[in-house]
Design a protein around this ligand. Sequence first.
Ligand SMILES: Cc1ncc(COP(=O)(O)O)c(C=O)c1O
Length: 461
Amino acid sequence: MTIQDTVLRRSAPAEADTPRLPPCDHTPRPYDGPSKDEIVSMRRQFTNPTIFTIYKEPLLIVEGYMQYLYDETGRRYLDFFAGIVTVSVGHCHPRVVKAVQDQVATLQHATTIYLHPNFPLLAKKLASKMPKGLDVTYFTNSGSEANDLAVTMARLYTGNTDVIAVRNAYHGGSPSALGLTSPHTWKFPVGGDGRVHHAINPDPYRSPFAGTPEEIASKSAQDVRDVIRYSTPGKVAAFIAEPLQGVGGATHGARNYLKEVYAIIREHGGLCISDEVQTGFGRTGDHYWGFQNFDVVPDFVTMAKGIGNGAPLAAVTTRMEIAKSLTQRLHFNTFGGNPVSMAAGLAVLDVIDEEEIQENARVLGARLKSGLQKLQRSHAIVGDVRGMGLMLGVELVRDRATKESAKAETLDVMEATRELGLLIGKGGLDGNVLRIKPPMCITAADVDFAIDVLDRSFSVA
Ligand SMILES: Cc1ncc(COP(=O)(O)O)c(C=O)c1O
C-alpha cells in the first residue's frame, strides 16, 4: 500500500476527494531522453557519490513552467521549494528566457577585461534597491564565493581577523564559507577557518534562554559580546548572519536581535554582513531585503539564488571605501559579470518590480502561514510554524513538550506530499523542518491546494 493509499483511506472515502492541482494550460513537451534507470545508473557510476537525491524513488524532472514542474511522464507537480529557493519569479519565466536567449545568441562571454553594458547596468540596478551608500557590487557565480569575498574585504578593511557567525547558519560549502557554516552535518574535518566563532542562535523555539522572543534576542546578542570577549583578541572583522536562516529551517530572532548585535560588532571594530542568498528579492514579503525586517543597515549584502532565477549568478554589494580594499592585489573571477548571467539578473529584477512579485510574497505568504498555523492546531506533530512572506518553516516534533525531532516522520510527510503532487524541502539540524519556499509567482489556489495536501500528509506521519 502506498502512502497515498493511506492518506486517502484515512482522510477521505472517495478518490474524487483527492486534492486537485489548480488548472494550468501549459502542455509539456514529450520526453524522449534517457530513462530514469539509466540516469540513476550514470549518476552512480560517473558522478561524485556525495551528490544526493531526496525521496525513496528519485524524481526525474524534465520541464518547468512558472510554479510547476513536470516529470518524464508529463505529470505536473506544484513546486514549493523552487530549486532550493532559487526560482524566484517562475520556472522558464518567458521574459527571463527571452533576455537570456537574446544575449546568448549575441555574445556569451568575453570577461570584464572588456566593456559590456550588462555588467554595470545590473550593478546600478542593484544599487537602486539598496540603502544609500551600499552601491558597489562584485559579481560571482555562487553564494559561497560572495560570502568568501565579503569576509575577505572585511578582514582587509578592518585589519582584524576574527568573524562571528550564528549557530545553525548555512553560508556555503567552499573551504572558507564552510568555516562560516555551523551545523556539524555540513562540516568536513578539513579546511574551514579557525578564526570563525559561532554565537547562540536567537531562534526562540529552541533557545537555551528563557523569556519572551525579545528577551531571548537580547540575551543571544549578549552572547556575541561574550564570544568576542572570550574567544577573540577583542576586535573583530565581521559578523555574518542570514536574517532568516534558510537551510537551518526558517529560524530567526525577534526584531531587536540584529540591531543589538550590529551595535556590539561595530563597537568592536567589525563590519556586518547580511547573507541574503535566500531572503533577498522580496521573498520575506514586507521588504525587498531580509535585513529591512530588522531595521538595520549592513555593510555588506551577499546574494545569489533568486537574483538569477536559476542562472549561476551571485554578488556582494558594499560601500566604495570597503570595496577599495580589494584593489591591494589583483582579483578576478572568469564568469563574474558574464553578459548572459547579467541579462538574466536584469530581467529578473524587472519582473520582480513589474509583476509585483514582492506583494504576492506578502499576501500569499500570509495566507500560507495562517493555513499552516491552522494545521498546527489540528496536528500534534506540528511543533512550530515560523518565517516571513514565502519563506516558511514547519518544525515537526514527536512530542510538543520534549520537542523531540520527528526526523523519520518528516520524510514520510515529504513522500506523501510528493505522491499528492506537491514538492517541498526540508532542513534544520535534524532534518525535521519542512521548508516551504515556492517561486513567488504562486496563486491563492496553489496555496489552498498545498494546505489541503499537507493536512492529509500530516495524518500519515
Ligand atoms: C544563506 C545561504 N548562503 C550561502 C549559500 C551558498 O550558496 P551557493 O550554494 O550558491 O554557494 C546558500 C546555499 O544554500 C545559502 O542558503
